[in-house]
Design a protein around this ligand. Sequence first.
Ligand code: HEC
Ligand code: HEC
Length: 203
Amino acid sequence: MKSSRLLFILPPFLFATILLAANMNSTENPSDDPTSNTHPTESDENFDKMMAVLTHQRCINCHPSDNIPKQGEDSHPHYFGMARGAGNMGFEAINCNACHQSENNDYSGVPGAPEWSLAPESMKWEGLSRTEIAESMLDRARNGGRSPHEVLERLTEHALVLWAWAPGIGASGKPREAPPVPVDEYIEAVKAWFEAGAIIPAE
Ligand code: HEC
Ligand code: HEC
């Protein structure tokens, strides 16, 4: 008799305690405050900046999915029927480096940077979504056996990557377009994205 009366009294009391606890929790736990919990958003923002560069034609033109390097802002197939040859350096008869030097030639319009050659077939990015490019880039089976740190270094230090911000003048006399994110901002975003665990957001 006594205990059943207690049970009757207890639930409203418990309910009030839970409410109080929940209320305290929401003011004291910073993770409930949307303005202080910026980590996922920050990582996504860094991903957005990085991918705005990786999907740009300056990169994609050399990471094709059909063995043919592309040219220009409209990514048209490379003139002179250039295609992948042995070792990604062009047909045996005509090597990429027969025309492409280690620097841009703004008189002839031939772009140049050290190690100019076509990205291997496993590193084809043309036509892939942002998520697919990021997955491929981190996949040792497709990225040339690189560790995440080595990919980070390639992305932030390699001459062929940095060339995109000084791409020279095209054969038509028009300057080539640089990727839409300034290089310093891009490098910062890439480093921060890798540091935060290289999380690929769902698209
Ligand atoms: C002139 C052609 C060329 C251009 C332009 C170019 N790449 Fe590459 N890229 C290559 C080649 C070749 C390799 C493979 C090097 C190797 O493994 O020896 C490569 C490999 C890579 C890799 C390592 C492989 C992977 O999947 O992780 C990354 C990352 C990369 N490129 C990013 C870029 C980015 C970003 C841009 C544009 C800003 C770019 N590349 C522009 C030719 C190019
Ligand atoms: C016969 C000379 C010649 C050879 C050989 C050659 N290219 Fe080119 N390439 C050019 C010229 C010229 C341009 C500039 C075209 C323009 O600006 O309209 C160019 C542009 C490019 C571009 C465009 C860059 C951009 O983002 O617009 C890429 C990529 C490229 N070449 C890759 C290669 C690769 C890879 C090879 C070897 C498989 C190669 N080329 C062989 C002459 C050559």
